[in-house]
Design a protein around this ligand. Structure first.
Ligand SMILES: [Zn+2]
Length: 234
């Protein structure tokens, strides 16, 4: 009988593969998340899981150089957040998050933002725009609302999402999603690199390609859909 489990171990995956089921996109295995390491070492699944251990998540952010502040918990009907944080002064790496509303962030969103700014946005800006990003404009994170045309609550209802509206470069350019997405070649290339890089760090990335509701912003969230569900990238 000793050979049977070994045989099954060989045969079962082959049968599953033969059924045409797509392989799981994200596997829970791998080295533990370290936000000091390059972004391509982390996956959305690993970053989403940081939600289970807020203390560790905050320690990882601080170890990577982020200055963060705790945010008072909020309960608002079915909406609300606890364990949210904000970047002190809106400072995110060498850029600043700027908007007209407060920005409480669930820690997995903050962790992905840190990696996105450092390892996606800045390299893409230097490459395509020839100037680093100094400011990131946002439309907010927490909002007690549902998903359009759905009964479900938005990830915004738990501060588990952020809407990014545009960018400012060190040499004085202002790039908006609403104009830049179909703007000049360099701006288009930068914004697509920003979107594609977000797709490797966030569980959900919606760009102006997704639908009319996102024509003026990137929606980035860390929805928990389990280990074997592909990140949504549109
Ligand atoms: Zn959104």
């Amino acid at each position: 009988m000793r050979g049977l489990p070994a045989l099954l171990a060989l045969v079962v995956p082959a049968l599953v593969a033969a059924c045409g089921r797509p392989p799981p996109a994200r596997l829970p295995a791998g080295p533990p998340v370290d936000l000091r390491q390059p972004a391509d070492r982390a996956s959305p699944f690993e970053l989403v899981r940081l939600r289970d251990d807020p203390q560790r998540c905050r320690a990882l952010l601080e170890a990577a150089g982020a200055r963060i502040e705790a945010v008072e918990p909020v309960t608002q009907g079915a909406c609300g957040h606890r364990d949210a944080l904000r970047f002190a002064g809106g400072r995110l790496g060498s850029a600043r998050l700027a908007g007209t509303v407060d920005l409480p962030l669930a820690c997995p969103v903050a962790a992905a933002l840190l990696l996105w700014e450092r390892d996606v946005l800045q390299p893409a800006a230097r490459r395509h725009l020839g100037s680093p990003i100094t400011r990131i404009d946002h439309f907010g994170s927490y909002a007690c609302r549902g998903i359009e045309s759905s009964a479900r609550l938005s990830e915004h209802a738990r501060a588990n999402a952020i809407d990014i509206a545009g960018f400012h470069t060190a040499d004085g350019r202002r790039i908006t999603l609403v104009e830049g997405w179909s703007g000049d070649r360099a701006t288009r290339a930068f914004l697509r690199a920003a979107r594609d890089g977000a797709c490797r760090l966030f569980a959900t990335t919606l760009s102006p390609d997704a639908d009319a509701a996102h024509r003026d912003h990137f929606h980035l969230d860390q929805a928990d859909r389990g280990a074997h569900v592909r990140a949504i990238c549109r």
